[in-house]
Design a binder for this molecule. Structure first.
Ligand SMILES: [Zn+2]
Ligand SMILES: [Zn+2]
Length: 260
């Protein structure tokens, strides 16, 4: 059974069709990621139609300027829902800087606090901000709340720093790009029990689908490539990663009944 640990289903043109196509490809679980209050609420509603669609709720670092105390209370109100398995995506993006550094830090800290008080894992987005993110993580005691660095695009040395803090590392279509040798090297070397994979749909379509909107059925290209890098048959690889996913996100059912 394939999975997609990170997709934005409601950013797709045809979310229902995308879920059907993913199911037909053998994808059994999708974690669909909210990027703000409205998108988180809408994603929860959408997830109710599908057995294997789960939700992470939070405010994307790009939108961190919309962060407020009221937003924290609204997110907190969603956390007991049976379909909500994580907080995020949250983190720091100093590449685009769509929100100020101060707003991103404040929002990320609030997500970390919620993760800790609700014993939920959190989904972290980081771009051009590893050092600051790492020092924030080191200052906070998160040992009992593991998280995932999604769409990992760094090298093994950087991955190691997150692994040392108990994080999982999730690889996207970036790993299939020609110039991503360092990312593939990290995918080859990290402990397999900390590895996940994802599409980040509708972004980052993997080779050979580049240039088109991405969707969860394409996760097979990412999974196949990483299974080859790891020297494992695809079925064995996907079965290991399935276990990893249910360890990171304990609210996801361990059943293998499929997506729909
Ligand atoms: Zn992201
Ligand atoms: Zn994302």
């Amino acid at each position: 059974m394939l999975l997609d640990s990170h997709a934005h289903l409601l950013s797709l043109e045809d979310p229902e069709g995308a879920v059907s196509r993913a199911a037909a490809e053998g994808v059994g679980k999708i974690v669909s990621i909210g990027t703000g209050i409205e998108s988180s609420l809408a994603t929860i509603e959408f997830s109710r139609k599908y057995r294997g669609v789960y939700v992470s709720v939070g405010i994307h670092p790009h939108s961190a300027s919309s962060f407020s105390e009221q937003a924290v209370r609204e997110i907190e109100g969603m956390l007991e829902d049976s379909k909500v398995v994580a907080l995020g995506e949250t983190g720091l993006d100093y590449h685009y800087m769509n929100s100020s550094r101060e707003d991103q830090i404040q929002s990320f800290e609030a997500h970390m606090t919620l993760a800790r008080s609700h014993s939920l894992p959190f989904v972290v987005h980081v771009r051009n901000a590893d050092e600051e993110l790492l020092s924030m993580l080191r200052r906070s005691d998160l040992s009992s709340q593991p998280g995932v660095i999604h769409c990992f695009s760094g090298n093994y040395e950087t991955a190691k720093k997150y692994l040392d803090l108990g994080f999982f590392i999730s690889f996207s279509g970036i790993a299939t790009f020609k110039r991503a040798e360092e990312v593939r090297d990290a995918a080859a070397k990290i402990p397999i029990e900390r590895l996940l994979y994802e599409t980040d749909s509708p972004y980052l379509a993997p080779v050979p689908k580049r240039g088109k909107p991405n969707e969860p059925c394409n996760v097979v290209y990412v999974a196949r490539l990483i299974s080859q890098i790891r020297g494992l048959p695809l079925e064995e690889f996907t079965s290991i990663v399935f276990e990893n996913m249910t360890e990171l996100f304990p609210k996801i059912s361990k059943d293998r009944d499929g997506l729909i």
